[in-house]
Design a protein around this ligand. Structure first.
Ligand SMILES: C[S@@+](CC[C@H](N)C(=O)[O-])C[C@H]1O[C@@H](n2cnc3c(N)ncnc32)[C@H](O)[C@@H]1O
Length: 269
């Protein structure tokens, strides 16, 4: 397990150094006052975030979404296992003038215990595939939620993760839906950067939608909704088209809509 973890951490340290310079992340726009949050989470979670709401962001990367919630009034804590991501996040918090309401912690989210509870636990887009133990992840969510608190995730849909390409009336099935084994990748570039990475090797895990919901529900979190969406936040297949909000849709010649993103809200009773 340590080898997988270390490969992934090295890969994310390198990504965290590169990503703040990319158009995808648009740090300049953020520093000009734009939110990096997508319309989906602003609409679905936004009503739960007010002045003084305590919010824990799991796998916060270099903190732009975390700090966007801080701009909405939240007192935020972002957690990421990449030391480089946390370092960049602290710099960004200073630059954005939000350091007084934002704390960043370098830690694995599995086994995380900050010894405090939050009104909101949030995580989004490209997080679960990096975790080998969904039960430990759900324990972390549960441990940090105050009674009555809200958990929200917006994430790439596990069904979308099984295809390498989708075209016309066919899809190329390339990755497992049901599997406990790590998937090994050694590729250059990614959703945000067309860069050459020295530490390109990494490992991902498939998690079914059923397992994600069940791990949360069996800890006593009441699922308030599970929504599935036919768009995603990055160009996951060739030929996709981007709308004016930045969402990516399947090519027009694809015969049926597929679930590419899901969002889930749950409450601790
Ligand atoms: C795709 S990013 C999340 C992206 C976020 N939505 C954004 O765009 O800023 C995934 C993050 O998970 C972090 N990560 C991966 N495995 C982790 C673990 N076991 N514990 C904590 N963070 C982890 C990586 O360092 C990375 O910052």
């Amino acid at each position: 397990m340590d080898d997988y973890y270390e490969s992934n951490r090295r890969n994310w340290d390198e990504r965290a150094r590169v990503h703040p310079e990319t158009d995808y992340y648009d740090v300049a726009g953020f520093l000009d006052g734009e939110s990096s949050l997508w319309p989906l989470e602003r609409e679905e979670l936004g009503p739960h975030v007010d002045e003084g709401t305590s919010l824990l962001h799991l796998q916060c990367h270099f903190g732009m979404d975390t700090l966007s919630w801080a701009r909405e009034g939240a007192e935020v804590v972002g957690v990421d296992f990449s030391g480089e991501a946390v370092r960049e996040a602290r710099i960004l918090a200073d630059e954005a003038g939000l350091a007084d309401r934002a704390e960043f912690v370098e830690s694995d989210v599995l086994g995380l215990d900050l010894d405090r509870e939050f009104d909101v636990v949030f995580t989004s887009y490209g997080v679960l595939a990096w975790l080998d133990d969904l039960a430990a992840w759900a324990d972390t969510v549960d441990r940090h939620l105050a009674p009555g608190g809200v958990f929200y995730i917006a994430e790439n849909h596990p069904v979308a993760g099984t295809f390498a390409s989708v075209e016309g009336d066919s899809a190329e099935l390339a990755y497992p839906y049901f599997s406990d084994e790590p998937l090994h990748f050694d590729v250059q570039g990614n959703y945000a950067a067309d860069a050459e990475f020295e530490h390109s090797e990494h490992y991902e895990w498939a998690h079914t939608l059923g397992d994600i919901v069940t791990e949360l529900a069996t800890r006593g979190l009441r699922i308030e909704f599970l929504h599935e969406h036919p768009f995603c936040t990055w160009r996951c297949y060739e030929g996709m088209t981007e709308d004016e909000q930045g969402y990516w849709w399947l090519p027009e010649d694809v015969a049926v809509e597929l679930p590419l993103t899901f969002s889930l809200k749950a409450r601790k009773e």
